[in-house]
Design a protein around this ligand. Sequence first.
Ligand SMILES: C[S@@+](CC[C@H](N)C(=O)[O-])C[C@H]1O[C@@H](n2cnc3c(N)ncnc32)[C@H](O)[C@@H]1O
Length: 395
Amino acid sequence: MSLKESPSAFSTTYESAVNRSLESWCEQADSTATGTDRCTFLAFSDESPVGITAIYRDKCNREEGEMLQVWVSPDFRGSEAARELLDTTLRWCGENGILRVLATIARGNVRALKFYRKYGFDSEPATSCDAASSLVLVRTSKNLRIPIEGGTMDEAMTPYGLALLDFFNGDSSAKVVAQREDGLRSDLPTSVFFRAPTEFSPLEQTALALCRGEVLDVGAGAGCHSLAIQDRGMKVWAIDISSQGVEIMSKRGVKRVQRADVFKFQAGPFDTLLLLMHGLGMVANLPGLDRFLHHAHNLVKPDGQILCDSLDVRVTTEPIHLAYQDANRQAGCYFGEIRMQFEYKGQLGPFFSWLHVDAETLAEHAKKTRWACRIVRREGNGDYLAQLTPIPKTA
Ligand SMILES: C[S@@+](CC[C@H](N)C(=O)[O-])C[C@H]1O[C@@H](n2cnc3c(N)ncnc32)[C@H](O)[C@@H]1O
């Protein structure tokens, strides 16, 4: 049944399996039932088998093993039986000195990816780049130390910051790679972070026209908006978690610049908080959005405002993006929560979450944290600009 239902989970076909002799099956069963090099586990419900996994130790590297034949009957996926099967297999690996466990899945199989991630697997950058159709996942004790939201934001931004710094120092070809957890890789040319005011999109121009009073540019990057605001004779403070970003901004002439995590930043209050280029994404997920909106009341004057842009990720017809959104929903996550890592010149940051929130969900979360939300501008690609103003406590 398993071979017919999920042929890609196995290295053999249904036809060759039914043609195998009983002795050959017994031999395989014996070889994986004894010793410490191979093991097969079965999950049962009542008397019926509902899942299987096998682990094979690598012949050269004895601390490495590969998980094969991982299959759970469709009715039992996400069940206690599936969890126990994986737990038992991984426990056996630990008890038998297999410290690095590999699992190969089809690229784009987001459901399998989410499942393995729950057990501490992460994609293997070196091999995942080579294989066009498959993705190798690795579970090591190091992976397990990385929190599910991907280490610290500071570490996550380092490859991006180094690429920005190289560009600033004259390497116009510097580009950082963003790798999403399903293996999708996109190049981010660093030049975009140094865009001139004449290159600002209509959405950015609208946002800058709405800026008033003292402005806090949150996640200011290389300072393109801070410099533009400063050039208009307005007072602007730029903060960013990236030390390289902060260094660049100082050298480019941003007068008030500080390295800070917005969640820990205490200053102001300001008239305007500005988060552009989907900068609101730094809140990571919807609980993070609430945390940020609560904290922002300390940073913004009672008659002040937050100007931020974000993206409705549903505005796409790309199958790979739609599959990713579905996998998020199935895993109980908001569809616009993107988990990715940055890579630059072989340096890989930890995975982190970045939130793209649709306008209606933003308005809902704004309301419950006492912000009035006005959508100032919507673009055809799902981008939009929002203006949030504090709702007085008495209202
Ligand atoms: C998409 S970039 C936007 C850069 C800039 N605003 C622009 O439009 O070019 C997001 C920026 O947010 C910064 N960032 C991420 N998390 C942060 C946090 N918790 N606090 C402050 N800055 C953060 C990153 O280092 C990065 O520079």
